[in-house]
Structures are given as C-alpha cells and as structure tokens.
Design a binder for this molecule. Structure first.
Ligand SMILES: [Mn+2]
Length: 394
C-alpha cells in the first residue's frame, strides 16, 4: 500500500471483486434444467463465491464493474444478482458497485440494470450514471467513477473528487490502466485510466476491466474476474482480493470457477490424420477428472486443413465429450502464427450457420450460390477483422 494512508478510528476490511459477467452463455451444453450449462455454472460459482465472501465478515463488498455481461441482463442474471443482494443483506454487508463497459447503458435513452437492483432492501451504493459519485461506509469514502461515454470524461470526473480528510479514501473505477496498454482487450467502450489517476492520495484503488489479478501501483489493484472468460486469460490469476485498510494488507481470495486446462501443443507436421486424432484423444484422457467440467485448449502446430478435416470425427467427439469445451487452436508450422484467435471462445462457425440458414430459404440455384458466396466473404472478413469485438470479449 502506498503513501497517503491515514489511520482512521473505524475498521475497514472489504472484499474487492469484479467482472462477474452474469449472463455470459457459451458452448452448446445444457444443464439439467435446460439452461446453457456454462451460464448456469457462472451463476452457481458467483453465489457460492458470495457465500465464501460473507463467511469472511467483511465491512463491505466492492464490485468494480461488469456485474452483468450485458446492459439488458437475462432474467436469471437478475435473479442471481438479487439473490446475492439478499444474502449480503442478511449478513448486514453493504455492496458498493459501479457499472463497467458491459453493463453501463450506452445511451441516455436506455435504462440501467442497476435501477432494478436498487429496489432491493439491501443497501446498495451503485455508481451507474455518467458521473462521479461518492458514498461513505464507516469512516471510509468510496469514490465511484463508472464506465463513461467518452475517454475525456474520466479526467473531468476525476477532478471532481473530494477526498475525505479525516477518514480513508478508496477509488473504484473500471478501465484499462495506461501501464497495461499492451493488454488492450479491444472491446466495446474500453477506456484508458492514466497514471495520474492512480494517485497515492487514495488508501486503495479498486480496478475492474482487466480480467487478471494484478497490482498496477502501490495502492492499485485489478482483482481479476472470478471466471476465465476467454482462452487468452488462461495464464491469469482469478478470484478476489481481501483488503484490510487497517493492517494495510491485500490478500488473494480464491473463489469457485470453471477450470481452464491447456493440453499443450501437438506437433502435427509429420502425423497422419489418424495419429493427430489419437494424439488429441491421448492428451484429453491425460487430464485428471477434477469433478467438474473444464474448458480446454489444444494447439495443433504445422497441420494442414486437409489433415485436420480427415481426422476421425469419432475420436474428436470422444475427446470433446470430456470437457465443457475443447478448443482446437492452429498454428502454421514454422512461424508459429496463430491461425485462430485464442481469444475467441464462442466457437461458432458463422459461415456454416449462414449456409444452413440459406438452405432453408428455397432459393434458385444461381441466386443461392450468389448470396452464399457474397455472404460468406463478408462474414469471413468480419470474423477476421473483428475477433476482438465478439460477445465473449471482456
Ligand atoms: Mn469485463
């Protein structure tokens, strides 16, 4: 923790979490109740995590944005958030929360999901208007700067901050610290937080947006997301942070999540399709069963499209059945350049979907071919160019 720590009389020990992305739904597996399995797991882990947090008896829970995956959350995303609020309320723990780039309304003509949460009887201090707000819990003032419409607004709103003189000050905001510029997520409304905002005048700065747990200044931390949202995050530390302003400690908090496993690289240059299939199956079987479905990725190097297309589908199906998803990532032989984006997690072949849709349209042969060719070209160029903009981005 940095300078500027003012020893207050009250105690303040809070849990910093963020980027829950409630409502995120991926892959084709369904839970017993028919809900997308991945979506269901995100809800279950979030509520189990909340129980673990409540057992620590913190003075507050601070959520640094992207509670919801979308600004129009699914009903189950709402009921999960409301259930968490009930549990916090029963334990007498207030929630301090801001809107992130995913759950901030993008225009003045939509309503915010946080308006719904504010109907709950549990005290919730939510920053989701396009401006700076602050709230006091005990002797600590939480300064809330949610995701804003324009990057320039961050400085304007930051300049409105009024530090509490005889208490503690915590800044809560959502965006990319400029020191992490190379970690740009390329996602919608991603704004940069310049280093002067990471001021030592705060006792702690609770950041959201970057999904890996990371300290970026003496007093500033990304808590990271609870779940792996994309394969690009496979090396990240996940969970929350337990922040004690009196003892001046920040401790990692492990929270439940779907595991993500790297099956490594399979050098395919000299392998037959059969050997590739067996190699994948062998790696898949080698993963110890952790008792819960994992996401896994295997990288096939030096493989031609033709070889991969000739791999026995039965072998692949068998390997895939062991996981929530088994992602195959391809790199060309010598350069090691990824042919597919590891960040992409939705795993949807839009060209195939489009083809299937067209088949049902009963078009003439010439018309069908024309639309399919033009349409596929557009879809491919969009997929190649806009991989960072897809729904699963952080
Ligand atoms: Mn996020």
């Amino acid at each position: 923790m940095g300078a500027g720590m003012i020893s207050g009389r009250g105690e303040m020990r809070f849990v910093h979490i963020g980027d829950s992305h409630l409502g995120l739904s991926q892959f084709n597996r369904l839970a017993d109740d028919g809900v997308n399995l991945r979506e269901r797991l995100v809800y279950t882990h979030f509520l189990d995590g909340m129980d673990a947090i409540i057992r620590l008896r913190p003075d507050a829970v601070v959520h640094a944005g992207d509670l919801f995956h979308s600004v129009r959350p699914k009903t189950l995303a709402y009921t999960t958030a409301l259930e968490a609020l009930s549990r916090l309320g029963d334990a007498g723990i207030p929630l301090v929360i801001i809107a992130g780039n995913h759950d901030m309304k993008k225009s003045r003509y939509t309503t915010s999901p946080f308006e719904v949460l504010e109907y709950h009887s549990t005290p919730i201090h939510a920053g989701y208007h396009y401006r700076y707000e602050h709230v006091e819990v005990g002797d600590t003032r939480f300064h809330l700067i949610p995701n804003l419409l324009q990057p320039s607004q961050y400085r304007e709103e930051f300049d409105r901050i009024e530090l509490l003189r005889n208490g503690r000050n915590v800044l809560v905001t959502h965006g990319l610290a400029s020191t992490l510029r190379d970690h740009r997520l390329g996602t919608v409304m991603e704004h940069e937080i310049d280093t002067t905002m990471l001021s030592p005048g705060f006792d702690y700065i609770a950041l959201g947006h970057f999904h890996g747990q990371k300290q970026v200044a003496d007093n500033a931390w990304y808590c990271g997301s609870q779940e792996y949202i994309t394969y690009a995050e496979i090396g990240d530390t996940k969970g929350g942070l337990l922040v004690d302003l009196d003892r001046q400690t920040v401790d990692h908090l492990d929270l439940p999540r779907t595991p993500m496993v790297d099956l490594g690289e399979l050098e395919c240059e000299t392998l037959s399709p059969r050997e590739v299939g067996e190699g994948i199956a062998e790696r898949a079987i080698g993963v110890a069963d952790s008792g819960q479905p994992a996401m896994a990725i295997i990288t096939l190097t030096g493989i031609s499209r033709r070889t991969f297309q000739s791999v026995d589908p039965g072998l692949l199906r068998e390997a895939r059945s062991r996981f929530l998803e088994l992602r195959t990532s391809f790199t060309s032989g010598t350069s090691g350049t990824p042919l597919t984006d590891r960040r992409s997690l939705t795993g949807v072949d839009y060209v195939e979907l489009f083809g299937g849709y067209l088949k049902d349209q009963n078009l003439g042969e010439k018309e069908h071919r024309f639309i399919f060719e033009r349409g596929s070209a557009v879809i491919q160029s969009v997929m190649a160019g806009e991989a960072g903009e897809e729904d699963a981005t952080p």
